[in-house]
Design a protein around this ligand. Structure first.
Ligand SMILES: [Zn+2]
Length: 255
């Protein structure tokens, strides 16, 4: 049985028997795994704190070559996710973990995706003070994750015909097409919402790899998050469990 030692984010733990757990971890080098952690709930187990939800831990996994659950034999805590003074930041951490689980297949290593989630979770942990930067942090993480799993929303041209979007203060964003639509393509489609030019700018900036942070009005970030939350729900077939509580209040603008 080959053993792998890797940094991992704990996405889910389900009790198994009296003292064990089936743990879903996203490992930097191995991707997502479901593994049995025997005796995880015993007092003074070898996993001491290393299997807490959204913890970052060094894990040792014995891989089964013939299917079935892998075995997680060690988890040493690198950093625990702490609920600081912000419920939004704590829910944001859960949202990132859930997205990581929902957007990935088992045993598909994606180190860059791990790094994005890791950095965001570390940032959200023990958040104190002003919550104003949180929507931008979450939007950036969501868009980077979508890009890395091949579902980056299109925000520069028409997602359907590839043509220019035209000018104007507002544009159409098709949930099924996965991005902005030109005036010629938007008619008669389902799942199309209106989006402002600034919110589309926010999406475009977040999708571009290593783009500098462009200062955008909070309203544009909020609007972009509303659209991306809906897009993710379309993509996954359902919203993440905490999405509704993270979702900015819907603001309808008629113009
Ligand atoms: Zn078009």
């Amino acid at each position: 049985m080959p053993a792998e030692k890797t940094l991992a984010i704990v996405l889910r733990t389900i009790p198994f028997g009296e003292t064990s757990s089936v743990v879903t971890v996203f490992c930097r080098e191995v991707g997502k795994l479901r593994a049995l952690a025997k005796g995880a709930w015993r007092p003074k187990s070898r996993f001491d704190g290393g299997l807490d939800l959204i913890s970052i831990s060094q894990v040792l996994v014995l891989r089964r070559s013939t299917g079935g659950l892998d075995l997680l034999t060690e988890a040493s805590l690198e950093s625990r996710f702490r609920v600081g003074g912000s419920l939004t930041a704590a829910l944001g951490g859960l949202h990132v973990a859930e997205l990581l689980d929902a957007l990935t297949a088992d045993a598909d290593p994606q180190p860059e995706l791990f790094d994005v989630a890791h950095a965001t979770v570390r940032r959200l942990s023990d958040w104190r003070g002003d919550e104003a930067p949180l929507p931008a942090i979450l939007l950036r993480c969501e868009l980077a994750m979508l890009r890395l799993v091949g579902h980056a929303p299109e925000a520069s041209r028409c997602a359907e015909c590839g043509g220019p979007l035209g000018d104007g203060g507002r544009f159409a964003f098709g949930m099924l097409e996965g991005g902005s639509l030109c005036p010629g393509c938007r008619g008669g489609r389902r799942g199309v919402v209106s989006i402002s030019a600034r919110a589309l700018d926010a999406i475009r900036a977040g999708v571009a790899p290593q783009s500098p942070t462009i200062p955008l009005p909070a309203r544009a970030i909020t609007e972009a998050r509303t659209v991306i939350t809906t897009y993710i729900a379309h993509l996954l077939g359902k919203p993440t469990r905490v999405a509704a509580r993270l979702r900015p209040a819907a603001r309808r603008r008629t113009r």
